[in-house]
Design a protein around this ligand. Structure first.
Ligand code: GDP
Length: 367
């Protein structure tokens, strides 16, 4: 058909009839039959992980982090089968407020332990803020320049979906997979905001708290509970004209620690100063960590703490599943908002509202 613009009134302008363009997709490729990314069997995952295959490890961790029930089912089986190969590692929790120098420090800490002790290092993270901000501020590869390209290290950012308990459980399960893959050093990084420390503390052998020297009143800002958890406190940025301030801060922390009851481990928490940026005092920190590990392995506390942690995680997992089952129940989800309004309006007390919801839930289970 002639193009309408080739009419008399459009003088000087001739538009040729268009030529049909060939498809940019190769017509001989049958898209339907293209293989999807292959789903591996539990056995293949386990075999790959135990051989130390990083791709298989990463894929398995992705399953652990997935919220899809079919992924979870495979993940749980893989974890179960990896369990006998796990446990043989030193797990260190590293915490500090943003800006304390965690990523700079973990980079140098990691290189130091790999050089000094050999083996392989996995850096994981628990970042409770990542759900809200939709991006993890921890465990990011680009923050650890040297480790991220080190052949013996594996860096994985925080799982982002779910409650703190859910995120922490996934990290704990990832620890098992990493250990089965031969990672004998595990760092779990967290940001110093309170609850996430408790979660990290419940999965590591040594809890290292990174602090900064401030104006002399640095102790005010940190919660007593966090200090009590620490097996070691290290004051970063002890360099340049900050050295004296760091030493003073260390003295304050030492005094404060004296006021706490003696830890169950029998170990006296130590306070050291260092500079992650200038690589000063790093060896001392890791001598302390490994000194602690020797100490608690000898006095039996190492195994005791790990057993207690296993018990803790059993209950945590039960709690998490019960909570999910309750809140994800469609009937409960519908009623929750109504009951919440009633409580806010003073039409019902918190207890009667809660009781009503629980009754509905449990009655439904009986059916
Ligand atoms: P994070 O938020 O805890 O991971 O902290 P970063 O590792 O990103 O460090 C925050 C800032 O402190 C960066 O600008 C670092 O360069 C700086 N920094 C880290 N370690 C040191 C140190 O030992 N000395 C000095 N002077 N600065 C440091």
């Amino acid at each position: 058909m002639e193009h309408p613009e080739n009419n008399e009134e459009y003088k000087g302008l001739t538009v040729n009839q268009g030529v049909e363009q060939p498809s940019i997709v190769n017509p001989y490729i049958n898209l339907r039959s293209r293989p999807k990314r292959r789903q591996f069997s539990v056995g293949e995952y386990v075999e790959g992980i135990v051989k130390g295959d990083i791709t298989m490890l990463s894929r398995a961790v992705t399953l652990v982090e997935s919220i899809k029930p079919e992924h979870q089912a495979i993940a749980q089986e893989v974890i179960e089968k990896c369990l006998p190969y796990s446990g043989n590692s030193v797990r260190v929790g590293i915490s500090g407020v943003p800006g304390a120098g965690k990523s700079t420090s973990i980079d140098v800490f990691g290189l130091h332990v790999l050089e000094e002790k050999g083996g392989k290092l996995a850096v994981l993270a628990i970042d409770p803020s990542s759900e809200r901000s939709k991006g993890s501020i921890l465990g990011d590869k680009t923050r650890m320049e040297k480790l991220s390209v080190h052949p013996k290290s594996f860096i994985r950012p925080s799982p982002s979906a779910g409650s703190l308990g859910g995120v922490a459980r996934k990290t704990r399960e990832t620890i098992i997979l990493c250990e089965a893959a031969g990672f004998d050093k595990i760092f779990v990084e967290t940001v110093g905001v309170g609850q996430s420390e408790t979660a990290v503390h419940s999965m590591v052998d040594f809890f290292l708290l990174i602090q900064l020297a401030g104006t002399g009143d640095e102790l005010q800002g940190i919660k007593r509970g966090i200090m009590e958890m620490a097996d070691g406190i290290v004051i970063n940025k002890a360099d340049g004209n900050n050295i004296e301030k760091a030493k003073l801060a260390a003295a304050h922390f030492r005094n404060a620690l004296h006021l706490f009851p003696a830890p169950e481990s029998g170990w006296t928490p130590q306070v050291l100063t260092y500079s992650g940026f200038y690589n000063i005092g790093i060896k001392e920190i890791w001598d302390m960590v490994y000194g602690y590990i020797d100490f608690v392995k000898k006095n039996g506390y190492f195994d005791y703490r790990r057993n207690e942690q296993a018990k803790y995680w059993m209950y945590e997992t039960i709690n998490e599943h019960l909570r999910d089952s309750f809140y994800q129940d469609p009937l409960i989800a519908d009623m929750l908002e109504i009951k919440e309004k009633e409580v806010l309006n003073g039409q019902a007390t918190s207890f009667t509202a809660a009781k009503k919801l629980l009754d509905v839930y449990f009655n439904q289970l009986k059916k």
